[in-house]
Design a protein around this ligand. Structure first.
Ligand SMILES: [Zn+2]
Length: 322
């Protein structure tokens, strides 16, 4: 029987969100808690507690909704195991097994950026599209691919790591161990690193003034604020992020011929200051045949994309018989 409700859980670096979602993608009930940082067991226990609280509510009592779970980790989807996680101690634990046992409900897990892509495609900025590339710009760069209307994960279920496309041969070291990845050049820490260098070079800039005495304190938000006020140094920093993104998108467009790139994550607050240079570089670098109709748009679902995508995955995965 098709479930009428699903539970979507989004495990973030600092917070866990868990929600009951219906077939119309309406959030029936949403709960949040802080993410324990000490062990996989504590994280499982926090997720289990949230889901049990949701199950005790009137709307859901007596039902057995499937649970979708998004984690900030590289996931082997076929084996439902976490392979690689830089921000939380999730490697090695059997999160899905432990949760299934505790809750007595079907549980399916995926990488959070895949789920954001699924949510944006079914419900958000790419509604109605079948071929979508989603990039989430924050502390890292997450990637998700929807091809022919379905999430594409590759042969082992570990692919779509779009943040780790190598852009610059001898570029800065990346969290994955390689050098010059998109993430190492254009994510939040890279922007902050470039901003510190720019502040030392241009102590007279508005960016330097907004940062205060110590350029170590510079953040992406401060760069965006200075750029919106017209500071040329800050504008150039965001333009560089856009250029790097545009180059990566040109390669992705040449390979995948998507209808739309959806760009989400905290850094997208800077809006067109990043997206305009990205559009320009994309149109300059991609092959002409992939460009007609191709759009770059900001994500529409914000922080809710994670749990909504997890709920959509739970519906679709278990509709198909798991
Ligand atoms: Zn990398």
């Amino acid at each position: 029987m098709r479930a009428s409700l699903a539970i979507g859980v989004d495990v973030g670096g600092t917070k866990i969100a868990a929600a009951v979602v219906n077939r119309d993608a309406e959030t029936v009930r949403l709960l949040r808690t802080f993410t324990p940082q000490d062990s996989s067991d504590s994280i499982v226990s926090a997720i289990g507690g949230l889901v049990e609280d949701l199950l005790s509510s009137d709307e859901i009592s007596g039902l057995r909704p499937p649970v979708g779970l998004g984690v900030p980790a590289q996931v082997d989807f076929g084996a439902q195991k976490i392979l690689f996680c830089t921000n939380l101690p999730l490697e090695g634990g059997d999160v899905v097994g432990d949760l299934t046992e505790r809750l007595g409900l079907p549980v399916v897990m995926d990488n959070d950026a895949n789920l954001a892509a699924l949510a944006e495609t079914r419900l958000g900025a790419a509604s109605g599209c079948t071929d979508v590339v989603c990039l989430t710009l924050g502390t890292g760069i997450g990637g998700g691919l929807v091809l022919n209307g379905r999430l594409y994960r590759g042969s082992l279920g570990t692919g779509a790591e779009l943040g780790h496309i190598v852009i610059e041969r001898d570029g800065p070291e990346c969290a994955c161990g390689a050098r010059g990845c998109l993430e190492a050049l254009a994510a939040g820490p890279a922007l902050a690193r470039n901003a510190r260098a720019a502040i030392r070079k241009h102590p007279e800039s508005l960016l330097a003034t907004l940062t205060g005495a110590d350029p170590v304190d510079v953040t992406g938000e401060i760069v965006a604020e200075a750029a919106k006020k017209g500071d040329a140094v800050a504008i150039a920093l965001l333009e560089e992020v856009g250029n790097v993104l545009g180059r990566a998108m040109a390669s992705l467009a040449n390979v995948l011929n998507p209808q739309v790139f959806v760009i989400g994550g905290g850094m997208i607050e800077a809006g067109d200051l990043i997206l305009e240079p990205a559009r320009k570089t994309l149109s300059e670098c991609a092959m002409q045949g992939v460009l007609p109709g191709l759009r770059i748009v900001p994500a529409a679902l914000g922080n809710n994309a994670g749990y909504l995508g997890a709920a959509v995955l739970a519906f679709e995965h278990f509709d198909e018989g798991g």
